[in-house]
Design a protein around this ligand. Structure first.
Ligand code: HPA
Length: 272
């Protein structure tokens, strides 16, 4: 595994002229337009990168993009890997581990999620303050990769409280109506039944989605501070639950996209 990671990092360094990104960004379902704000220096197709999994979801385009956002050097995953696609958890987090080897210091993650807080509306942004892992497994199962991090990583602050505060400052300054809350990660790919939404709400989640937590666990394992934000694409509150199709999720995500892009861009500008 370590050797594969090193080979991939080496390939990327060669193809990008040793480009040195400081920040990594993972873009979720329907949230790929942030790349329009990037001054692109290099763009690599996942399918050309050795050991990289290839995305199977049509709404994810599968590119690793290097360039500047808000004057800072970033590497962006346009399209991520989900457990429900059939990848192992190690494959799901492989790009995050490669980012670390490339010198990335902080990780920024976005996703589309169902909102369970009764005050949420569709296209709201929810800054993630904590998570509940309801996936059947996680990327740290198995022999620990001591080169990457400890056997028993601490999870008392998986999302940097400092960056949460900075995001709230940004949202006040720019008049963004940003919420905060707990994200529950489920395997999917089916959406939840009403009883499951009720259960997930009861155990303490404000939003639910099918991603993010594996990547965050891998980042925390490697000591990388994380910021994550959900775009609320559907409401999972009794009385507001409707039949949802992917198009609705993409539409709600597209509506929130400019706010999410602004939030991440301004937040990245503020990092040391
Ligand atoms: N449930 C799970 N994942 C999701 C949802 C949802 O309601 N909306 C967007 N991703």
């Amino acid at each position: 595994m370590i050797q594969n990671l090193q080979e991939t990092a080496e390939y990327i360094r060669r193809k990008t002229n040793e480009y040195q990104p400081d920040f990594g960004i993972v873009l979720g379902t329907g949230l790929g337009a942030l790349v329009h704000d990037i001054e692109v220096a290099f763009s690599l197709d996942y399918s050309d990168i050795p050991h990289f999994p290839v995305s199977t979801v049509e709404s994810h385009s599968g590119k690793l993009i290097f360039g500047e956002l808000g004057g800072r050097k970033v590497v962006v995953m346009q399209g991520r890997f989900h457990y429900y696609e059939g990848y192992t958890m190690e494959q799901v987090v492989f790009p995050i581990r490669v980012m670390k080897l490339l010198g990335v210091q902080k990780l920024f993650v976005s996703n589309a999620a169902g909102g369970m807080d009764p005050d949420f509306n569709t296209s709201d942004l929810m800054v993630i303050t904590d998570h509940i892992n309801l996936q059947p497994t996680n990327p740290l199962i198995g022999k620990n990769l001591d080169e990457l991090g400890p056997r028993f990583p601490d999870m008392s602050e998986p999302y940097s409280e400092h960056m949460v505060q900075q995001a709230l400052d940004v949202s006040i300054q720019h008049g963004l109506n940003v919420r905060t809350g707990v994200y529950a990660s489920v395997p999917g790919p089916m959406l939840e039944t009403k009883a499951e939404y009720h259960y997930i709400r009861t155990i303490g989640a404000d939003a639910v989605g099918m991603s993010t937590v594996p990547e965050v666990i891998a980042a925390v394992h490697m000591g990388m501070p994380v910021f994550a934000v959900s775009v609320i694409t559907d409401l999972c509150v009794p009385g507001k639950i409707k039949k949802v199709v992917l198009l609705d999720i993409l539409e709600a995500a597209a509506k929130a996209e400019p706010n999410m892009t602004l939030l991440i861009k301004e937040l990245i500008k503020r990092q040391d």
